[in-house]
Design a protein around this ligand. Structure first.
Ligand SMILES: Cc1cc2nc3c(=O)[nH]c(=O)nc-3n(C[C@H](O)[C@H](O)[C@H](O)COP(=O)(O)O)c2cc1C
Length: 176
């Protein structure tokens, strides 16, 4: 499978990064083709809601920024991985801006390859995931019709436990 990871954490060695490293190890060893975009290192502006993409733009966004790198990967991907710290009860703003820009991809007609999604979430406190999960179910499962392959969380300041990292690696290895 072609797997596109959108990493919404700005912290290169943070908890989200730890979980993604385990995921890439497992998915790589299973032969999947993985691309990761660290959206916090990119210039991706928020959607303007101008509807250019759905009118004379013919599916192209009027804004020419680093989303141009994401669009072809999104169209080619069989599986999407959304990974983010929880910021004020939701995905990070950088990842939210990236998701909002999916609008130009003609949801859901144009994303014919995309079949599965997984989510990795990191928070300070436990049970902080309702906002992110609302989007996962509402936008990606119900609207786009994706199969939720897995959701993995970590909370607290300690590093992600070896047990959780092993669980993530095994999950990634089992993906078909
Ligand atoms: C701007 C900001 C907002 C945050 N909001 C929340 C929150 O609403 N709930 C929570 O449990 N943790 C919150 N946190 C803590 C982060 O979610 C937590 O430190 C997380 O593990 C960071 O993930 P990372 O290491 O992958 O970047 C917030 C942190 C920041 C910087």
């Amino acid at each position: 499978m072609k797997i596109l990871i959108l990493n919404g954490s700005p912290r290169p060695n943070g908890h989200t990064a730890q979980m993604l490293s385990a995921f890439r190890d497992g998915a790589g060893s299973a032969g999947h083709e993985i691309r990761q975009i660290d959206v916090c290192r990119k210039n991706i502006r928020g959607c303007l809601g101008c509807e250019y993409c759905h009118t004379k733009g013919g599916g192209q966004c009027i804004q020419k920024d680093d989303m141009q790198e994401v669009y072809p990967l999104l169209h080619a991907a069989d599986m999407l991985v959304l990974a983010s710290p929880i910021y004020y009860h939701n995905l990070s703003g950088q990842l939210k801006c990236t998701i909002d820009r999916f609008y130009a991809s003609g949801f859901p007609e144009d994303l014919t390859n995309l079949k599965k999604i997984a989510m990795f979430l990191s928070s300070g406190d436990p049970d902080m995931y309702d906002g992110a999960l609302f989007s996962l179910h509402g936008d990606f499962e119900d609207f786009l019709g994706l199969e939720i392959a897995g959701v993995f969380t970590h909370h607290g300041a300690a590093p992600v436990s070896d047990e959780r990292l092993q669980e993530i690696q095994s999950f990634a290895q089992s993906l078909r």
